[in-house]
Design a protein around this ligand. Structure first.
Ligand code: AMP
Length: 249
């Protein structure tokens, strides 16, 4: 079984985002970019399925500027077998990403597509669900456990107040949550080996997909500064303050 893993290049999670002076977006010039953390978990899960003998090939896919090659090389160094980069200078919305992934799925015929539950830059949490709608495949989102047996996959999902287990017929879509696994670091020899693994470059036009944006960003601004908090000595003082503020009666 082949596994497709879409990985997005995003602002590193340790970097504090800076809004551009003209309010048109986040300033990405000269800041550290990394693989979206949930996508690292997706790559790790695919590798574990390959190590168990369930998967035979892992294909990492990224849609973005040419520098997204670095993100794909990281996936290859972790253990993916080959990569596909769809190069675009434009920001592509989740629907455009899902359409491109559907086109790749038609070509590659994977048994599983494992995505992150969300990309930490836009926090959309939409692509996996849209891809499931476009392919007509079952979806197990927010996965904390994934178990493939025969032609089904059992996905334990993190839901409000606990967990839920779904059985999906393959091919299927899974999106990862934090507790699924702890991604490995790529070793130096594997980083070197990754340089010679195949990385195909394509464009959206190669797949006949229209990625024109449907959403216009009017303005991006910093959230209001939080006012400083106060320390209270005990619960009585806390309740007194909450009453004064009208939070409790
Ligand atoms: P989102 O719906 O934007 O929060 O993204 C959810 C998941 O979709 C991510 O964790 C990735 O697995 C995948 N994804 C989103 N954008 C891209 C992209 N530009 N390239 C590759 N994968 C992406």
């Amino acid at each position: 079984m082949k596994i497709l893993v879409p990985v997005k290049r995003v602002l590193d999670y340790n970097v504090k985002p800076r809004v551009k002076a003209d309010g048109s977006g986040i300033d990405l010039a000269n800041v550290k970019m990394s693989m979206n953390p949930f996508d690292e978990i997706a790559v790790e899960e695919a590798i574990r399925l390959k190590e168990k003998g369930v998967a035979t090939e892992i294909v990492a896919v990224s849609i973005g500027e040419a520098k997204a090659q670095e993100t794909l090389r990281t996936a290859l160094a972790m253990g993916a077998d080959r990569a596909i980069l769809i190069v675009t200078e434009d920001r592509v919305e989740p629907l455009g990403i899902a359409k491109l992934l559907k086109a790749i799925a038609d070509e590659e015929q994977p048994g599983l597509i494992i995505l992150g539950k969300q990309a930490i830059d836009d926090d959309n949490n939409q692509t996996g669900q849209m891809l499931a709608a476009l392919t007509g495949w079952g979806q197990g989102t927010f996965a904390s456990a994934v178990e493939v047996s025969g032609d089904t996959v059992k996905v334990t999902r993190e839901i409000d107040g606990g967990s839920e287990t779904v059985d999906l017929k393959l091919p299927a879509i899974v999106t990862t949550d934090l507790r699924l696994n702890e991604p490995r670091y790529a070793s130096l020899p594997n980083i070197m080996k990754a340089k010679s693994k195949p990385l195909a470059q394509k464009t959206a036009a190669d797949y006949g997909v229209d990625i024109a944006p449907r959403i216009t960003t009017l303005k991006v601004e910093e959230p209001a500064k939080r006012s400083a908090g106060v320390k209270v000595a005990d619960v009585d003082e806390l309740i007194g303050k909450l009453k004064t503020l009208g939070v409790v009666a």
